[in-house]
Design a protein around this ligand. Structure first.
Ligand SMILES: Nc1nc2c(c(=O)[nH]1)N[C@H]1C(S)=C(S)[C@@H](COP(=O)(O)O)O[C@H]1N2
Ligand SMILES: [Mo]
Length: 224
């Protein structure tokens, strides 16, 4: 096992799922399972007046538009069960989310053929870039609920992205805009040293030199 993961396991944290050998091949290198749900973000948790909230869809599309929350709830609804993997080394197995598939959301937009990348815009001042092809899969959701209940404010109420196959910083909370782009641009963490793509199984944590994130940092953060 990865040395760092082993040391983390030896810390007295809730790693109930770690002992389950059935999960072993689902754990990316350098990660440790947690039964908790850590809360991580930059800045303050935003508060919303839902009558003025909207999700703006723009850039390389024929039909730019803004959707109200109500319109999103009227799109086809999907449930996704997935593992999630944060670059600060925690992974959580079998999380269950409800929302609208990204591809169902963009179905009516007429995305232009030149659009190859997407910038997800989120509050407060957060953005992250993902290749368009990665967002079209079965498991990519605009999630409004977790375990059948609306997202809590700290986990992204009213709407967050869920891209389970990439590190969890790509799963922006409090999303407000989806921008379709011809060329790739870097988002917030990607400009600050994180990998542009972020495949957990390839351990694509950083774009250059490893950032000095203590391996047990997440254990000291808030969680529920
Ligand atoms: N808007 C916004 N979304 C964000 C972040 C952030 O700072 N701002 N942090 C990301 C990171 S690094 C992680 S690990 C996850 C954490 O989500 P959680 O708090 O629901 O566990 O949110 C991601 N989405
Ligand atoms: Mo993260």
């Amino acid at each position: 096992m990865h040395e760092k993961a082993k040391r983390i396991q030896q810390m007295k944290i809730d790693t109930a799922a770690v002992a389950d050998p059935a999960l072993a091949d689902r754990l990316p290198p350098g990660q440790v399972w947690t039964g908790r749900f850590p809360i991580l973000h930059e800045g303050e948790v935003p508060a919303y007046d839902m009558s003025s909230w909207s999700l703006r869809l723009f850039g390389e599309v024929e039909n730019e538009r803004s959707l109200s929350f109500d319109e999103i709830l009227h799109l086809p609804q999907t449930e996704v069960r997935c593992d999630i993997h944060c670059v600060t080394r925690w992974s959580k197995a079998d999380t269950v989310w409800q929302g609208v598939r990204f591809r169902d959301l963009v179905a009516g937009l007429k995305v232009k053929p030149g659009a190859k990348y997407v910038m997800i815009h989120a509050d407060p001042d957060y953005d992250t870039n993902v290749p368009l092809a990665d967002l079209l899969g079965d498991q990519v959701l605009l999630a409004h609920s977790y375990n059948g209940a609306p997202l809590t404010p700290k986990h992204g109420y009213p709407l967050r992205l869920l891209v389970p196959h990439l590190y969890f910083w790509k799963s922006a909370k409090w999303i407000r805009g989806i921008e379709f782009m011809k060329e790739d641009r870097l988002g917030f963490w990607e400009r600050n040293g994180f990998h542009a793509y972020g495949d957990p199984f390839g351990e694509e944590r950083f774009s250059g030199e490893a950032l000095p994130i203590p391996e047990d940092e997440w254990v000291r953060k808030e969680y529920d």
